[in-house]
Write a new protein. Structure first.
Lengths: 175, 224
């Protein structure tokens, strides 16, 4: 059992990093109940590993490793990708903001998220970290590949995404 | 489309999702602070299910080995030399299999999610495919199932049938089991014979994990 002080420290840690957890959950499952389950599992694993933080790494590296490992394992348990994508569209199309620009941004966002969901689990982790402005060095540490390999992968994944989004642009961002 | 535009789409969309407050993480943290909840989550873990299954296999394996040893000790006479030798060999292969299952259950407890994604995912997938390593070992015992009923009296009574039927069947099983031992590996998971051999439903998670191991190997390769 943890002491009250440890509990408080953990709560603070989660509060400070809620964004990271939400983004990872959104990238690996878009169905609301799956997302809740995944967030819970990530928090549980962070809780379990709380005392084993290795100070050789940056805190965010440690947290991303745990959260992404849990997310990938959760995703691989057999959650249906297509169902999730459909749910994503339905769940987020109703966000309250009805201006034309906002709708356009949202549609593009959904399309980008959909293209990301089509990527393999590890490619998805790479591009997620890239979008989170992580350095190639940190991405390499989190994923476990070389910085050169990260650079090549990021370029290839970006090109793939751009190509798909450009095709969508030509058809007027239709979801 | 420029890189900056791609990042902007992501950030705009991400902002909207966060604003929608879909997740309330705080409440789960509070939930996690009760020991009971930790225990129920632990029980739900897939790895724990794998561990339970392996522990069950260890239990069954030990009973089977004990039974074989009992038979061996009750058959120690020259007329049953082939039976004793075959049962002994089968017991040895099963002891190895049980030892492997024990090792796997220890490895399950050593999985560390704070290692790099490649390391952890590879270990997890390897654990899921580990059953296959045990199956490879167990295939090696198959020739001994063709010899346990041999006896010196049987050979003396009908040597032609022994040399023309029994021995070729055993030799065939020796080559087959050796070949399977050498070739059952995730590197061959894409081959037709492999898919036929492991096509039943209970192998689905194993074959998926094998495919994933191949994907991880591909992912690790330096691209030009």
């Amino acid at each position: 059992m943890y002491t009250q002080q440890e509990n408080d420290r953990f709560l603070k840690l989660i509060n400070e990093n809620t964004g990271i957890i939400i983004k990872i959950c959104n990238s690996y499952c878009y169905n609301e109940s799956d997302r809740k389950d995944l967030a819970q599992e990530i928090i549980f694993q962070l809780w379990k590993s709380n005392n084993n933080f290795n100070s050789d790494f940056k805190f965010s590296t440690w947290m991303y490793r745990i959260a992404l490992n849990v997310a990938i394992s959760f995703y691989r348990k057999g959650k249906k990708k297509l169902d999730s994508i459909t749910a994503l569209t339905e769940a987020h199309i109703n966000i309250e903001d009805n201006t034309a620009d906002a709708a356009d941004t949202e549609e593009r966002g959904i399309l980008l998220q959909r293209q990301i969901a089509d990527l393999e689990e590890l490619d998805r982790a790479v591009i997620l970290l890239y979008f989170e402005e992580k350095s190639y060095k940190e991405i390499a540490e989190i994923i476990g590949i070389t910085e050169t390999n990260v650079g090549t992968k990021v370029s290839r994944i970006k090109e793939k995404l751009k190509q798909k989004l450009n095709n969508q642009k030509l058809t007027g961002w239709k979801i | 489309m420029e890189d900056i535009e791609l990042k902007n789409i992501w950030h705009e969309y991400d902002k909207k999702i966060e604003e929608a407050k879909i997740l309330n993480l705080q409440s789960w943290v509070v939930n996690l602070q009760t020991f009971e909840h930790l225990q129920s989550q632990k029980a739900k873990s897939k790895l724990n299910a794998l561990s339970t299954w392996k522990k069950w296999m260890i239990f069954m394996g030990i009973i089977w080995i004990a039974f074989l040893i009992f038979l061996i000790f009750n058959s120690l006479e020259f007329s049953k030399i082939f039976f004793v030798t075959s049962a002994g060999a089968i017991a040895i292969f099963n002891i190895i299999a049980v030892a492997m299952y024990i090792k796997h259950t220890i490895l399950i407890n050593e999985i560390d999610n704070s290692e790099s994604l490649i390391e952890t995912q590879k270990k997890l997938a390897a654990l899921q495919t580990s059953t296959l390593k045990v199956v490879r070992i167990l295939f090696l015992q198959s020739p001994f199932y063709t010899t346990f009923w041999w006896s010196p009296q049987m050979i003396a009574a009908d040597p032609v049938a022994f040399w023309l039927i029994s021995v070729p069947v055993t030799v065939f099983f020796i080559f087959l089991s050796g070949w399977l031992y050498k070739n059952i590996s995730y590197k061959n998971a894409h081959k037709k014979w492999f898919k036929i051999l492991f096509s039943s439903k209970e192998w689905t998670s194993v074959t998926k994990a094998m495919k994933y191991l191949n994907e991880i190997d591909e992912f690790k390769k330096e691209m030009q």
